[in-house]
Design a protein around this ligand. Structure first.
Ligand code: NAD
Length: 516
């Protein structure tokens, strides 16, 4: 196929009036469509369920964004049957034809970009630039995985011995269950689903119960792109109600999960159990939480370091698995960096992401608000709060102001994933100690070092225990094809989404040898 080389989608420039106007128009248009109902999509059927998920705007919880089906075992069973049936045909469709569907979905997303951003603002509580980066990432996943499938379509080179031909190719696996989180409801859902589909598998796509309407929009885009019926079965539902059933079923071949450590470990455990009629070892691709650290040494450019700590800690209210939630500062520069971080964080504008100038929106849900508020209480007892206020009434929006605690390294707030705008600042007496503190976590997703000292950077290059390590820059916003993403330790199976090793996780490798 004659495709232009892959490159990342360019972000929208918000200093251009036409972009601001298009976003306002999209907010108005999507705003007039709030409150609609979205059924499950199983094969050719729109399926209603007895229960429903009511999705609300986290900046204004009395506003219903939409109502979706809430799947039970009955619909999960239908979806598994349908996906199993559709696998026969889809697995024999050529890699080129499969890739073209992704390219068409990408083109649709580009055309519907502002609409997608508006859904992100209403349902995800995302400020405009954050929403845009995420929709650009979804487009990148589609473009990148389409090209990856073309690269792998005929297999890869291996050696043969004299008189024989050895071939090494990839084939689809079967039915995949795609279980997504709410924090990148367009990008991660699109990325996990498109990789599984382009590899020739059929899927059950389960979005998070907090962002099911965006899930419905993504499913609709794949349908519009011409994906045959039954290849993608859209199954909104509560993880606690359908999750175990989908994972345990003998028809499930693999599970692609992104979410919390607790859920990921449960899925891993259930998937490992052999049940009646099961004919394979289920594969689990799991990307989980983080407690990501940025180390600032005494040689660093302190202004840039402070700016990037603020960016990494408070982008999307700290609700990124890659977010900086620990800043480990060398004692010589501790006070100066902390002052700069506090000053810069004070400039952030908190509010409803419907407005163009908001940097920090709400957290996603009432349970998340209560959880983060609980950690704020704990942090106040464990250390000194140098920035932030007590959270207000959640009924007027799930807002939590950027918060900073000065704490010891073993404080609860410095160890557990909070997933909100809360940063723990820790003092280290030298670089050795700083790196030791950074690595002293069961997680290992992202990490960063700010330094002009070559020895420090080279040591961190070897020893920083994280799947994605960044020097002298922010630690969030991994670019597809440029910064393949995935964590060590309890952060997951290191699947490296957006990288060259990702698609083979969704396929079986076959070796065929012929002697002549
Ligand atoms: P979560 O674990 O609560 O939910 C994730 C998904 O799992 C949802 O769709 C949920 O419905 C489903 N689920 C819940 N119980 C289930 C069960 N028993 N069986 C099957 N599915 C079940 O996580 P969340 O709150 O949606 O997302 C936030 C978490 O995701 C954070 O820990 C964050 O660090 C992590 N995350 C990781 C990455 C990464 O790439 N490593 C990216 C984004 C988010």
């Amino acid at each position: 196929m004659g495709l232009i080389p892959y490159k990342n989608e360019v972000y929208l420039d918000w200093s251009e009036d036409k972009n601001v106007e298009s976003m306002r128009a999209a907010l108005k248009d999507v705003g007039s469509r709030l409150g609609r109902s979205y059924p499950a999509i199983i094969g050719s059927k729109r399926v209603e369920t007895n229960g429903e998920i009511v999705s609300v705007n986290p900046a204004n919880p009395s506003q219903v964004v939409g109502r979706t089906a809430s799947a039970t075992e009955r619909e999960a069973n239908m979806a598994l049957d349908t996906a199993t049936g559709a696998f026969e045909h889809w697995s024999r469709t050529s890699p080129e034809a499969r890739a073209r569907i992704l390219l068409r979905a990408s083109a649709i997303m580009k055309r519907r970009r502002f609409e997608l951003l508006a859904w992100e603002a209403y349902e995800g509580g995302k400020p405009w630039a954050e929403a845009d980066a995420q929709v650009a990432e979804a487009i990148d996943f589609l473009e990148y995985y389409a090209r990856e499938m073309l690269r792998l379509g005929d297999g890869v080179e291996i050696y043969s011995i004299p008189g024989e031909e050895s071939r090494y190719t990839y084939q689809p696996m079967g039915v995949g269950v795609i279980i997504a989180p709410w924090n990148f409801p367009t990008a991660i859902l699109t990325g996990m689903s498109s990789a599984a589909i382009v590899a020739g598998n059929t899927i059950i796509m389960k979005p998070s119960e907090f962002t099911p309407v965006i899930g419905a929009v993504v499913a609709e885009i794949f349908e519009e792109a011409g994906l045959p019926e039954g290849v993608l079965n859209f199954l909104p539902g509560y993880g606690s109600e359908v999750g175990d059933y989908l994972v345990e079923d003998a028809r499930t071949r693999f599970i692609s999960f992104t979410g919390s450590m607790k859920t990921g470990l449960r899925i891993n455990e259930l998937a490992a159990r052999q049940i009646e009629n099961q004919r394979w070892v289920k594969r689990v691709i799991a990307e989980m939480g983080g407690k990501d650290a940025m180390v600032i040494d005494e040689s660093a450019d302190l202004d840039s370091a402070a700016a990037d700590i603020v960016k990494s800690a408070y982008g999307y209210s700290g609700q990124k698995c890659s977010a900086a939630s620990r800043a480990i500062l060398h004692a010589d520069v501790y006070d100066e960096v902390l002052d700069k971080v506090v000053e810069k964080a004070k400039d952030l504008k908190i509010g409803d992401p419907e407005s163009a100038d908001v940097n920090v929106g709400p957290v996603i849900s009432e349970p998340q608000f209560e959880k983060v508020a609980g950690y704020v209480d704990v942090g106040k007892q464990e250390g000194e709060r140098v920035l932030g206020e007590d959270p207000g009434d959640p009924q007027s929006g799930y807002f939590i102001s950027p918060t900073i605690f000065e704490v010891e390294r073993d404080a609860t707030v410095a160890r557990e994933e909070i997933f909100g705008p809360v940063l723990s600042v820790i003092k280290a007496s030298d670089f050795d100690e700083a790196l030791r503190v950074a690595n002293d976590s069961p997680y290992g997703l992202t990490g960063g070092v700010y330094s002009k000292n070559r020895d420090h950077l080279e040591r961190a290059r070897r020893e920083f225990k994280a799947g994605n390590v960044y020097f002298n820059r922010s630690i969030t916003g991994a670019l597809v094809g440029v910064q393949p993403f995935g964590g060590f330790g309890m952060s997951g199976t290191d699947s490296k989404a957006g990288g060259p090793d990702y698609l083979p996780l969704h396929m079986l490798a076959r070796t065929v040898v012929e002697r002549f």
